[in-house]
Design a protein around this ligand. Sequence first.
Ligand code: KG4
Ligand code: ZN
Length: 335
Amino acid sequence: MAHITILAIESSCDETSASVVRDGVVLNNVVATQKVHEEYGGVVPELASRAHQQNIIPVVEQALKEAKVEKKELSAIAFTRGPGLLGALLVGTAYAKSMALALNIPLIEVNHMQAHILAHYIDDPKPPFPFLCLTVSGGHTQLVVVKSHLEMEVVGKTLDDAVGEAFDKSAKLLGLPYPGGPLIDRYAQEGDPHRFEFPLSEMEGYNYSFSGIKTAILYFLQKEKRKDADFVAHNLKDICASIQYTFIKMLMQKLKRASRELKIRHIAIAGGVSANKGLRETLAAEAEKQKWTVYFPDFQYCTDNAGMIAIAAHYKYLAKDFCEQTVAPDPRLAI
Ligand code: KG4
Ligand code: ZN
């Protein structure tokens, strides 16, 4: 039987990535991280778009070369259609469309948030359906009931900032470089999470809010700095641990409630913030108490990558879910 070999491209934010999947096995995951945004303290959309244009050809060529796959062997080309930055998405979309047209093979559009979840199907153990996935990234915070590879229902989400954004903005208040999430994680490991207390926001249902706590942190730092100008430097580890503890507590509250009420005990996390060590440890500890089976993606598949786009495309290929050449990127594409 002929192989199903798909080239997948991810360009929704600040990573240009390409991956080749053959018969459901992800062969590689080439990621070019854009350093240009660091000095601006956040992703600059226009610069992201330009960097994708520079990176996309070498990244795709490297992915094909590493996988020892020639273009003529490809069964389909997949790309991230959204959600993400329009200018960034356009680069991957245009590239994928041209390549599919030139090779006369099907084109597969992939939802970036679905792909974060489907990253769990790259390696073992793979969660059985239905499972509950807490998807936590720089742009999203969602509780998703995953019914099959392609059927997902968002039961809760943030009504303002995403938790990754809250990590990054808090880090910025502490004078840490972008993206600050991983740095807060690192300092938190050596800090006291109970040293400072921040208010938890209460939202309806399984929804979240992270903008209030960000403001609370701002006021807290302003107040403490009036007493000690070097407050942050003197207490960095404890501040990071306390902020992280609060974010995790908020994430866990709704997750526990959703699991209990929806009676789902297979729990997964996905997205950039799922790399957070504190979140992983809390989830592992909670799993014992709640009798959960928990699933963590490999670190390389937590933050943005084309491996997850590739595995999502594989399942779409099996379902013959192809798209037309007229397809356009959608910055607000919903699950
Ligand atoms: O999924 P992702 O790579 O991009 C989006 O689709 O948004 O997520 C990026 C986010 C950033 O906010 C980054 O600070 C956060 O994930 N992040 C972390 C950690 N690693 C990445 N946040 C907390 N702890 C980490 N270890
Ligand atoms: Zn992402």
